[in-house]
Design a protein around this ligand. Structure first.
Ligand code: ATP
Ligand code: MG
Length: 468
């Protein structure tokens, strides 16, 4: 370890002139810059005016003492390393100083080599801490406040509501069709809030089997059930001081709705198998693509929970209702995918823009994003044309078939009405699912989103129709 030209000076607080001069020489011999102080007052003054990187202070001073210097240093910067020097025989003081935040101590008479070693270690610790802060900042800016793209007035209203909600601690309900950006907005809300430094914990209520959901949410105690070998914290606990994102809250089974309601009202819950309840400080953001009001009317959803969740509802309009965003999103996705794929920037042909604007985007922004990704991969020239978007293939298959023949002539109408209808329905569903799976490259989750059914529903259908 050696001194770097960027290293900050060392503040040396020692009242005895001869010792101070000796230590100064030792440090300067290794290219350190030294600032001197003879008592607490001078040290405090120097701390304020010179921003030292390490403080080296005698514990006993003529006015004030090393503890005062230590406190002043820590007040200025809790990470500032302070090394105290203490006379032989007063080790107890050194221990106290370390309890109060001193990095280390040197016993007098001070051995210059030992001193240098300690100072350099302190400086390198400080460099690491500074690098760590920078890395964290860089990471945060990369992961960053997620970028919400679009300038359609309808989206502007949503972002305004989001900013207002971020300033409070209220429960927020994000409503919107699949792929409209509910999760993106939930993350943005977290980053904009005072909880940004805390955790963002997400749980998808539709993706976890009902019998596991409770332990996922609330955790369990050791021995709560067979296999519970150790205590496990739930998402509510993990989100302490941060944000808990309850995704697809509309799929929450009735049995758990009451438990969630209590957790929301009291910020308190029980671990499974636990005997006392746990208090947490979390902001809840819930999302749904299901009309919860209708679910309440159909008695599939508790009204009290609905009211509790919808204190601050934010509804994200589907992409087709904010056409102003389509082009802007498309261009930003083109830029991103070109960068990711190391391609030079691609232009968007007017015909392609027309297709993008005319299309219905049932899968909203996610569908647009997938479409652009595919187009960027397919485009070999420098411009994306309508054919690269492949949007006409997505039009209704019935329309495509009618070109050859009357489609009704191909349908088996034998049997009772119920039987015939059911056959047709099964046929339609099977085709629709196969098509969605193809579009989603076999990803069941994405296919469910395209079809706007829950993951569970789609899984059941896949089994029923033996589609793999
Ligand atoms: N306004 C936007 N700007 C940039 N990217 C967006 C925007 N809206 C959505 N996206 C992107 O679209 C994709 C889908 O968004 P997100 O997952 O947040 O949707 P969602 O509403 O949660 O969908 P689902 O109901 O299917 O879970 C994500 O990759 C997201 O980053
Ligand atoms: Mg989502």
């Amino acid at each position: 370890m050696s001194r770097r030209s960027t290293d900050p000076p060392i503040l040396l607080v020692e009242d005895k002139d001869s010792l101070r001069a000796m230590l100064r020489l030792a440090l300067e011999a290794h290219s350190h810059t030294v600032i001197e102080a003879r008592d607490q007052a001078e040290a405090v003054q120097a701390l304020r005016s010179t921003c030292p990187g390490v403080v080296l202070s005698d514990l006993r001073l003529p006015t004030g003492d090393g503890f005062g210097v230590l406190r002043a240093a820590k007040e200025l910067d809790p990470e500032l390393p302070v090394i105290v020097m203490t006379a032989y025989g007063s080790i107890q003081d050194a221990v106290t100083a370390m309890k109060e935040g001193a990095l280390d101590f040197l016993a007098k008479p001070v051995d210059p080599d030992h001193l240098l070693l300690m100072v350099e270690r302190a400086l390198s610790l400080r460099r690491l801490a500074a690098e760590n802060v920078l890395l964290k900042e860089e990471l945060a800016s990369r992961r960053g406040a997620p970028q919400i793209i679009g300038d359609d007035p309808k989206l502007k209203q949503v972002t305004l509501a989001l900013q207002r909600a971020a300033a409070t601690d209220t429960t927020v309900l994000l409503e919107g069709e699949s792929g409209t950006g509910k999760e993106l907005f939930a993350r943005a809300l977290h980053v904009l809030s005072t909880r940004a430094e805390g955790p963002f914990v997400a749980i998808n209520c539709a993706a976890i089997p009902e019998n596991l959901l409770e332990t996922e949410l609330f955790g369990y105690e050791k021995g709560a059930f067979t296999g519970a070998a150790a205590r496990k914290p739930g998402k509510f606990e993990l989100a302490h001081r941060g944000t808990l994102f309850l995704d697809e809250i509309g799929e929450l089974p009735l049995t758990l709705q009451a438990k969630i309601l209590r957790a929301l009202e009291e910020r308190r819950f029980d671990r499974v198998g636990g005997t006392s309840s746990i208090q947490v400080d979390v902001r809840v953001v819930a999302a749904t693509n299901r009309n919860l009001k209708a679910a309440v009317a159909a008695r599939q959803y508790r009204e009290d929970l609905y009211f509790r969740l919808s204190v601050f509802p934010i509804s994200i309009p589907p992409l087709r209702e904010r056409p102003g965003d389509i082009q802007m999103l498309a261009r930003s996705f083109i830029e991103r995918f070109c960068r990711d794929l190391n391609k030079k920037a691609l232009a968007l042909a007017p015909s392609a823009i027309d297709e993008l604007l005319a299309y219905s985007w049932r899968g909203n922004v996610r569908e647009l994003q997938n479409c652009i990704e595919r187009a960027v991969i397919l485009t070999e020239g420098d411009t994306i044309h309508a054919r690269h978007l492949n949007l006409s293939a997505h039009t209704d298959p019935v329309v495509a078939a009618s070109e050859d023949d009357d489609p009704w002539s191909q349908i088996d109408l034998s049997g009772t009405m119920a039987e015939a209808s059911r056959r047709v329905l099964i046929d339609v569903e099977r085709r629709k699912i196969t098509q969605a799976l193809k579009e989603a490259s076999g990803n069941v989750g994405i296919a469910a989103e395209i079809l706007q059914v829950s993951f569970k529903t789609l899984q059941a259908k896949l089994k029923e129709y033996q589609i793999s």
